[in-house]
Ligand binder design. Structure first.
Ligand code: TXA
Ligand code: MG
Length: 339
């Protein structure tokens, strides 16, 4: 298949491709998504094929306004509208009870569906033009770091999908926060662009799913099926080191060899003149770290490093999402220097 590059001026064509059952790489404020008409089961099947995604991993539906919630969800709690008021359009996905019109292939047979109203201007226009809910996982090949530029999308999806819509670099850089509103208290299933602290301001108590912070054991199952897979991972194995930045930098300096890659805060780049080094930005600027984390992980795939050492921010604010992605990329191989 010849994948077509579409620009802002060709939005109508992107909308047509979606309406007639094709696949389009779409920019969002979090990461690029791989979109299809969420009411067309055959089109949604193709998403799974293009990504190599396990069939038991449900997709989220993207909608242009909160008013569309009632088309696809039932028994919607008032908290959904409170969250929408505070954070939509924006990087928040709500898990709600679905209506029967949502195809099984979207929800992987579950009784719930993830709903998201993105804020990226082009994406919003596209959703309005397409006039269908768009099912879209992150646009990476299954298991790889998520795409945060159109170039990343091309790397993973060239020849596999109908088109990629150019929409610049993603302004958030990590995926949406997923909150399950079908349980009490509401449960954070995946940390993302909206922080736990922000959710608590609206909801009060929020439970945090174990899969957010640690490897699940034996029979334990995460509530977001996707959280069980090794994910976001570059080809080389990753070791995450947590603790004060100056201490983690010193630890990595002491334990790494020249053949190993270093993912670090920019203040420490100079310590590793002989290594492949990728900076995720200043240790004090977590928004910048979020924007750069996936690009940095992807960049090591163009090198021959044997292993990657990664510094990790603390888990306050969007640090929880960055730390989650890093630890998942490492298969939870973490050296914790905090005591
Ligand atoms: O920011 C984002 O959310 C991006 C952009 C493209 O919108 N999308 C995204 O989709 O990250 P994906 O498929 O890569 O991740 C969605 C996660 C998966 O872990 C999936 O298991 C979980 O959401 N999920 C989807 N529907 C669910 C449901 N009904 N109940 C629990 N978890 C669900
Ligand atoms: Mg994904």
């Amino acid at each position: 298949m010849n994948t077509k590059q579409l620009t802002k001026a060709e939005l109508e064509e992107a909308a047509q491709i979606l309406r007639r059952g094709g696949l389009v790489g779409i920019p969002t404020e979090t990461v690029y998504g791989l979109g299809a008409n969420g009411l067309n089961p055959e089109a949604v099947e193709h998403i799974f094929q293009a990504k190599g995604r396990p069939q038991d991993n449900p997709l989220i539906l993207h909608i242009p306004t909160v008013a569309w919630l009632e088309r696809y969800c039932q028994e919607i709690p008032s908290t959904a509208y409170e969250l929408a008021q505070a954070f939509w359009p924006g990087p928040l996905t709500m898990i709600l009870k679905r209506k029967d019109c949502v195809p099984d292939v979207v929800t992987a047979g579950m009784e719930t569906v993830g709903m998201r109203c993105p804020s990226h201007p082009l994406c919003r226009q596209l959703l309005e033009l397409a006039d269908v809910p768009v099912a879209a996982p992150s646009g990476n090949l299954s298991g790889r770091p998520s795409p945060t530029t159109a170039a990343d999308m091309w790397e993973d999806m060239d020849g596999k999908i109908d088109a990629i819509l150019e929409g610049g670099s993603c302004s958030v850089g990590v995926e949406s926060t997923i909150i399950d509103l079908t349980c009490t208290p509401p449960r954070l299933l995946r940390p993302g662009g909206i922080t736990l602290e922000q959710l608590q301001e609206v909801l009060g108590e929020v439970a945090v799913d174990a899969a957010v912070t640690r490897q699940l054991q034996g029979e334990e199952k995460p509530k977001a099926p996707g959280m069980k897979y090794r994910h976001y991972a570059p080809k080389a194995p990753v070791i995450v080191v947590t603790g004060k930045p100056e201490e983690t930098a010193a630890y990595i300096l002491e334990h790494s060899t020249k053949q190993e890659g270093i993912l670090c805060f920019e203040e420490y780049e100079h310590l590793f003149p002989e290594n492949q080094v990728r900076s995720i930005g200043s240790s004090g600027d977590k928004n910048q770290q979020a924007r750069r984390i996936f690009q940095a992980l992807r960049a090591f795939d163009h090198t021959d490093v044997t292993q990657i050492w990664a510094q990790c921010p603390d888990t306050s604010g969007i640090g929880l999402a960055i730390a989650n992605r890093l630890k998942k990329a490492a298969g939870f191989h973490v050296i914790d220097l905090t005591y």
